[in-house]
Design a protein around this ligand. Sequence first.
Ligand code: S3P
Length: 444
Amino acid sequence: MTHPLPQPLDVVARGPLTGSIAVPGDKSISHRALMFASLAVGTSRITGLLEGEDVLATAAAMRAMGATIERQDDGIWVVDGVGVGGLLQPATALEMGNSGTSTRLLMGLVSSHPITCTFTGDASLSGRPMGRVIEPLSQMGADIAASPGGKLPLMVRGICPAVPITYTLPVASAQVKSAILLAGLNTPGITTVIEPVATRDHSERMLTGFGAQLTVEETDQGRVISITGEAELTPQDIVVPGDPSSSAFWLVAASIVPGSDIVVRNVGLNPTRIGIVTALRMMGADITELDPRTVGGEPVADLRVRHAALTAIEVPADLAPSMIDEYPVLFVAAAFASGTTVARGAHELRVKESDRITTMRIALEACGVACEEFEDGMAITGSGGAAIRGGARVASKLDHRIAMSMVVAGLGSAEPITIDDISPVATSYPVFFRSLDALTGKGE
Ligand code: S3P
């Protein structure tokens, strides 16, 4: 894929964040809503879908495989599914852009359909490991030819019927878990995934909502998730809650910029996603939950966040799966805390949209923050609440969360931080800068 021209941005401190914004739909849930609705027989409606590039890549792929997907003028997405087993041979390669979730989950879906699909992606996605899904999907009978190192571009030749397996996840990954469960949807018999460490459970919740026979058992080996294949999914009206990963930027920004007092509305608080709230509270962040409610089967609340003096912590390694996408912005919080924050046990950060340990270490060091890199994490010595130096040009490395994290760092810098390319932000948070303007009195 050709990437658009880099869009550099100079970020300067803007004073306190005040007022309120709503975060857009959850990326993980949006992908799944489109996929499952495309596999139901009949018409589903999705409200609050994240309209970021990653989710649009999933929509395009499902269309290419036969689903009818339209956005109405009122913002509701209407999906007419093809039924489990009904995916059609796409005419061209499936272009996944920057999206690991689209790629890995769709590889699962395709694996148990009698179709052959080629998956391509941008430079970031083409560097990410796919062996973790190739291995179990091959055991189910799919024939997968990948580029060297188990990377994209790759071709999946699905098989029907596929073979049900019982698979213990060697790495804590909701994408791998979901890929196997989705392959299991069109596989006769029972497909079982055992996850020794719990990861986000949106697939389990939503598949159950669509009428799949899925059981979850807590055992000594971990969570045992079983799906009965040749499922029939019933169309649903889905409301997508706001993305806690997107809210994290505002939780940190308001915590570090003196005088800030904001409300972030519509934040999904699924227990498998809220490690960042736990970690920030351990550091002394002032975060209160308002109006707790249930949206689309997920717990949701508005979060009031006020500036607070943050103190360094040792980030508990067992929080990693529930905040895996939030480490870059947690590192920014640590850069403003008093003392040295140590985060370990997060080796997976090396294989995200960028190597998030090295990328953040280089960016923060360039801005005058003392960091020490470990194979599985980082130690960061904070400013004790004062502005960091800034005054550097940093690289976002095609990684939306690096770009947004360094914008947050810029809000607390003495000198501007130049981010070499903010275009990746559109993959997960297209209205990020509009919300930033709203919270800093620069916009609506
Ligand atoms: C996701 C799972 C996580 C996360 C990614 C979205 C999902 O990846 O980092 O942004 O929607 O299942 P892993 O499963 O690789 O940890």
